[in-house]
Ligand binder design. Sequence first.
Ligand code: GDP
Length: 929
Amino acid sequence: MSNTTVEQFAAELKKPVEDLLKQLASAGVNKSSGGDSITSEDKQQLLAYLKKSHGSDSGTISISRKKAEVSTVGGVQVETRRRSRKVVIPSADDLAAEAKAKAEQAAQEKQTVEAAAQAEREAAERAEAEKAAAEAQAQAEAARLQAEQEAQAAQQAQQTEQEEKPVQTTETETISEEEKPAKGKNKEQKQQQPAAVRPVVSAEEQAQRDEEARRAAAMRAHQEALLKEKQERQARREAAKLQAQQEAKAAKEGKAAEQRSAKPSEKAPLSAVSSGKSESSARSKKDERHNRDDVESRPRGGKGGKGRSQNAAQEERVRGGGKKGKKQLKLEPNQHAFQAPTEPVVYEVLVPETITVADLAHKMAVKGVEVVKALMKMGMMVTINQSIDQDTALIVVEELGHIGKPAAADDPEAFLDDNAEQAEAEQLPRPPVVTVMGHVDHGKTSLLDYIRRAKVVQGEAGGITQHIGAYHVETPRGVITFLDTPGHEAFTAMRARGAKATDIVILVVAADDGVMPQTIEAIAHAKAAGVPIVVAVNKIDKEAANPERIRQELTAHEVVPDEWGGDTQFVNVSAKQGINIDALLEAVLLEAEVLELTAPVDAPAKGIIVEARLDKGRGAVATLLVQSGTLKKGDMLLAGTAFGKVRAMMDENGKPIDEAGPSIPVEILGLSDVPNAGEDAMVLADEKKAREIALFRQGKYRDVRLAKQQAAKLENMFSNMGEGQAQSLSVIIKADVQGSYEALSGSLKKLSTDEVKVNVLHSGVGGITESDVNLAIASGAFIIGFNVRADGSARKLAETENVEIRYYNIIYDAIDDVKAAMSGMLAPEQKEQVIGSVEIRQVISVSKVGNIAGCMVTDGIVKRDAHIRLIRNNVVIHTGELASLKRFKDDVKEVRMGYECGLMLKNYNEIMEGDTLEVFEIVEVARSL
Ligand code: GDP
């Protein structure tokens, strides 16, 4: 190409020289003025630059115009289609027919082997191709219409121009040379001309060809748009981890699609119809398989795509219909499966009080064996059906990377609106509840007795009939309630159960003895509980009494008398003689005033079980200290795992009463079971709720107990192995009163030796129930019933499961029996028992055989299989066994006293005349404790 100047080139492009210079500069071609020459390379460079920066600088050169055209078609494609639907749908059949005709024509013209083969081979596919062709035709039509509208003004102008020309007068005439460039320039306009104006066949062919090229372009744009749409949709569905992978795949598909759609237009100006057809025919089976689900192939291949309804929603619907639709539907879930989380899913696991391994695994969506493994790592040997407790389960949950939460949802207690009514009721002052503590023999019992005797019995004929564990006294200044279980053990035991029953502690210190270890303990317990102390310096009637010394000693333990500037009241009393008892009570009341104790009175009662026992005639008898509200006869009471209607209510004198307010202890009858001391009690509205909660608690209790029993710790197993023969005797104790089972279990535990351990699994007050038997079954224990019997179901279960239940009414009998049972478990002792004596009278040496002893049995018997001890001059030389025992020439089993015999010793030859053999046997003797 010959060189031109920039100016010339600008004139050619109809652009200002400055603009061209700028563009050249940005394309990297350095031209300073319009006069500079420009080479064809420079032009190419500019062209490449403009191609690259397409879109940003529209209006230059034809490339950008073309792009704009394509992008316009693509960009407004949806609208175009919408419009085309309106316009084209009524004439769809015509179009389809036309498209079919064209397709056939094209097929004939082209004579492509594949198309023919495909058409003949696959009738269905041909129909499909035809439909696709129709569709493509319709789309092309739509695009054409769009273009038509856009170019309308220009078209009209052109038409006018053409009409003026004489060349267009006849239809039969061939196109003149002048017309050709005009047609070339305005293909579209030519195409849009009405049939009447259309020129001769050759012109029509030309026009058709051009039109088809346009259609192909429009379709390509349409396909590209659809592909883009699909890709976007796919991308949205993709999981984060697989996105890159899927995108790559989509891109690959996209490329293939592009190649496919580009083919026809590249090869030749094939009609859109034939391109559609050839595409479908050219598609190999493999391609079909792969692309069946491609959006790209769907518009042509979609069986459901009768109409040109290609928008997303419709696609979804259509997909659901046809065969391919089914496949597509199948793929949907597959895609979800494919998107399965690659990161572990963290579950929030609600863990109840107890849970079986299987249930726990289920909650975390892991296999049971995983949980078992985790537990083994923690040193617990469990089976999949075993229950584990909440704490362990929570650790396992954390271990497996989930979030464990203790579940309270299934706890009916969670729904107890316990404080609702209590909060509403008016708070009124209530009497203080006092516990007496102190060192042993300092006079606690004497003090309690004196107060009870002096105050409670007032006006009562017959005195105290029974001891219910608590009583209240009325003084001129107010009521005081005493818990009649002295000592800090009981106090602490109650506290350990979460019950705070005591408001004030009376610390008894004997004035003649001083501060003792238990005094210090009592101070510690009271302080730990935050309960104020009133010190009763007792036994001041005694000559040795030195109350001042007590004060000094207590000050050392931070109990400072108020007269010394501290905050603790000290009262010198004599429990024996009743000196100053009133002053002590006053001091207590004064302390109570400071505490400003209040409680609602007009509300359902809440309280604490002080004591409970099983009475043969009356069933479960419990002493309840009402802490708030008022307990009335007939109320439905829930106490721990026991519940029931209060059938009868007595005060500390055994006198029936109908109601009891705060701080008043009462004895109640009517509970279903014997509750434990220290357990909370509360009045509930209805029996159903009470029963539900009680049963829930029972179940929970049992489960927790079983869980603790069942889980054999690996380390324990190993240590057991280490101990060799260590055995344990498990026992469950049920007794009529707490004192009995405590004494019994204490005594039994003391029987434990290194070899046999007594393991008291459970002890409690009340009859032997099914759950006790279950526990015994689970842990191989036996049951002791002390003054109690098993109920029917428990007895039945025990019989079928061979659980031993033993009844006693004397503690020592029970202890003796356990001792005997333990003896049975001791490894039997091995004892030597001498059965005879033999004197060696002659030694005969036989070569190759050894020394044979000729003997006389001097005592007892000698047995062939007995052990012997060789004694020379009263010294044991050898211990061993016999190798043979003969009488004359015969082997015998035994030889009795007074007979001669011949014998040899096993592995020992050094026998001499005059030696004696002590014959003994090893016997196993059962041991006892
Ligand atoms: P506890 O172990 O703290 O309950 O002490 P007790 O109440 O059983 O009393 C132990 C001993 O101290 C008993 O022999 C009582 O008689 C005696 N005792 C208690 N209080 C007094 C008192 O005030 N004066 C005298 N002299 N002896 C008392």
